[in-house]
Design a protein around this ligand. Structure first.
Ligand SMILES: C[S@@+](CC[C@H](N)C(=O)[O-])C[C@H]1O[C@@H](n2cnc3c(N)ncnc32)[C@H](O)[C@@H]1O
Length: 217
C-alpha cells in the first residue's frame, strides 16, 4: 500500500514538472546569437512592427518573452521619456544580458522581470500593451498563460501576438507538432481570457506569421 502511494506521488510530481516546462529552451548565449543574428533580425521587421503598435510616450508596455531585448529596446524608445517597458523572461541569464545592454545603451525606462512558466509576474496591473513575438510556441500551457497575462492589462489595454503560421509549408518547427500553434487556437485562448481580436496586420508577414492585436471583449 505504502509503495503504491509512493509511486502515485512520484507520478504526480513528474506530471507537475512536465506541466511547467519551457519548450525548446536554450542557454542565454545561444539565444542571443540566434535572436540577434543578421538573418533573423532581417525577417523580424522590427521598425514596421513597432509602427503598427501605435504606441505613445508615457505608455506601459510588457514585452513577454523578451529574449535578448531585440524588441524591448525600440519599445522603450517608443514610450520614452516617461513610459516604461517591462521586459519579461523566464531565464535570469537573459535578463542579465538585457540589463547589461540597456546600461551600455543608456536605456533607462526598462525593467527586467523574471516571469514564471504560467505567469509573467508583472509588478503592475495597468499595462497598456503586452507584446508577444515568437514566444507563444515556447509556452507549454498557453491558455493559462494568456489568462494570467490578461489580469495585468488595463481596461483599455491591448495584447499583440506575433506567432508563426503552422500551415506555412516552410515553417521552422513543421516537424515538431508540440511547437505548432494555430490562429484559431490563439483567438480561442484569447476569448477565454476575455479578449477579442481588434486588429490584424496580415500584410507584414504574408503566409508566414500571424500579427494579431486583441482588446477586451
Ligand atoms: C524565440 S525567443 C523570442 C525573443 C523575443 N521576443 C524576440 O522576438 O526577439 C523566445 C523567448 O521566450 C522566452 N520564454 C519561453 N517561455 C517563456 C515563458 N513561459 N515566459 C516568459 N518567457 C518565456 C524564452 O526564454 C526566449 O527568450
Amino acid at each position: 500500500m505504502i509503495s503504491r502511494v509512493r509511486t502515485l506521488c512520484f507520478c504526480a510530481a513528474l506530471i507537475a514538472t512536465a506541466a511547467n516546462a519551457q519548450l525548446a529552451a536554450r542557454k542565454a548565449d545561444e539565444w542571443v546569437t540566434t535572436l540577434e543574428g543578421p538573418q533573423r533580425v532581417a525577417t523580424q521587421k522590427v521598425d514596421q512592427v513597432i509602427a503598427k503598435l501605435n504606441l505613445k510616450p508615457g505608455m506601459v508596455v510588457a514585452d513577454i518573452g523578451a529574449g535578448s531585448g531585440l524588441f524591448s529596446r525600440p519599445l522603450a524608445t517608443a514610450v520614452a521619456p516617461n513610459g516604461k517597458v517591462f521586459a519579461v523572461d523566464i531565464q535570469q541569464d537573459l535578463l542579465n544580458y538585457m540589463d547589461k545592454r540597456n546600461k551600455e545603451e543608456h536605456i533607462r525606462n526598462t525593467q527586467t522581470v523574471l516571469g514564471e512558466f504560467n505567469d509573467p509576474k508583472l509588478p503592475r496591473r495597468d499595462v497598456d500593451l503586452a507584446f508577444i513575438n515568437d514566444v507563444l510556441h515556447h509556452i507549454e500551457n498557453r491558455a493559462a498563460y494568456l489568462k494570467n497575462l490578461g489580469a495585468y492589462i488595463k481596461p483599455s489595454g491591448r495584447i499583440a501576438i506575433i506567432e508563426m503560421n503552422k500551415d506555412d509549408p516552410n515553417t521552422p518547427h513543421k516537424n515538431q507538432p508540440e511547437l505548432l500553434v494555430s490562429r484559431d487556437q490563439i483567438t480561442q485562448w484569447m476569448s477565454d481570457a476575455g479578449f477579442k481580436l481588434v486588429e490584424e496586420h496580415a500584410d507584414l508577414f504574408p503566409g508566414t506569421k500571424w500579427f494579431l492585436i486583441f482588446g477586451r471583449q
